[in-house]
Design a protein around this ligand. Sequence first.
Ligand code: NAP
Length: 474
Amino acid sequence: MPQIGTASHPLRVAIIGSGPSGFYAAEHYFKQPDLVVSIDMYDRLPTPYGLVRGGVAPDHPKIKSVTKVYDKIAAHPAFRFFGNVEIGKHISHATLKEYYHQVVYAVGAQSDRKMGIPGEDLIGSHAATEFVGWYNAHPDYRDLEFDLSQRAVAVIGNGNVAMDVARILASSDEELRTTDIADYALEALRNSNITDIYMLGRRGPAQAAFTNPELKEMGELREADVIVAYEEAQLDDLSREWLAKEKNPVAEKNVRMLQDFAARGPQGKRKRVHMRFLVSPTELLGENGRVTAIRVVKNVLQPAPDGSLRPKATGQTYDIPVGLVFRSIGYKGVELPGLPFDEKNGIIPNTLGRVTDSAGAVLPGVYVTGWIKRGPSGIIGTNKPDSVETVNAALADLPNLPEIAPEKATPEAAEALVRSSQPAYVTFADWGLLDAAEVEAGAAQGRPRIKFSRIAEMLETIQARKASEPNPTA
Ligand code: NAP
């Protein structure tokens, strides 16, 4: 047999997941000058782009424009997209391995971390990730209901997802109606009674995980003031020393901006985003099964062995009356049938992207990249070097890869498998029809697009557009 990856023996790769890490993996395979490779990218949704479509905030269109890069990758003649096909449901991992020399999982982190405090499951307590999916028209979340008739809301966590959630709740209709936010979410937020949003960080201003542009934006909202207590914006001695030593420009700027907000005070806007620091939720309080308040304990910072400053509860507690809580303390990966899983870290165990079993042995030809590889951290661009690392490992493995049956190692065989497993699969050209329909619907309302949020609607639209296309053979 000639070497895998040559003209007479092309490398067949399946990438599972069409978010940033999946596309960057495809890009790096295609960049290899002497490699003959064909790639099939699978996604359980009919739409590509993962969190760029379902996670990035609707009022951040510049970040979303990265999809143009992904479209160029998808235009490669050896690339195919099989949307609406779920690995583990329509096709098993074991079957996939019969058809592809290499399978790269780029499935992200599809769940959320739990707080582990009493009252977490009361009505009105939600994972921020659910709210994000809801306002972004993700089919899994579009039927969730959030009681926006409440006046006060708590958002737990100090990361960029917490910032996104707080900002969307604090935005005016004017700010949202020119975005691609789900139309039902736009309507619900238009009628929202929320006036007070409490963002709760368990550490201080210098340790916040959000970044400078997100904090700046919060201070520029038309209808919402940012309220920071003077004493909470001041640094304790340990944070001051830590900041001087770390020379972390993002943290330094965050602290400066928060101190400016504290000095500025309220401007009398209709809504308020209260940014509280050094508080940890200890319990969600409720009546008749619904959240009515959140109990927090005040923290101080103490040094940890790794040099970071960690929160330590003082025992001093107070309650904030809220009718809605969004827990935004991080995403978590989900176990996939037939693959090992590291429950503690919510990732598929791996070495440099090579999937390993519980004994640490490498599973030949199986790889991971993105959040399911390293955990839910970093911005979109972080996935590029991560995928390069994984694909470099995969390329180094080429000489030692187990062979697959020649009759299954072809694009035609894989397509036949997909067709028999999930006849309603969606190609990249099909997605193009859907994309055009969304953009056209948006243009009529001065919005970038109006997203479909139901899979059945997506499939019907594709069929209708196909039926109305001129028949090239007619
Ligand atoms: P994140 O950045 O890891 O932030 C999680 C936050 O939750 C931290 O403030 C953390 O505090 C806090 N937390 C964790 N456990 C907690 C607990 N038990 N009680 C109270 N607070 C707790 O995660 P994320 O916000 O989900 O974002 C995920 C990644 O996506 C990040 O890398 C983020 O930057 C990125 N992202 C970027 C953008 C953007 O670029 N605009 C938008 C959204 C997301 P500690 O620091 O004390 O652990």
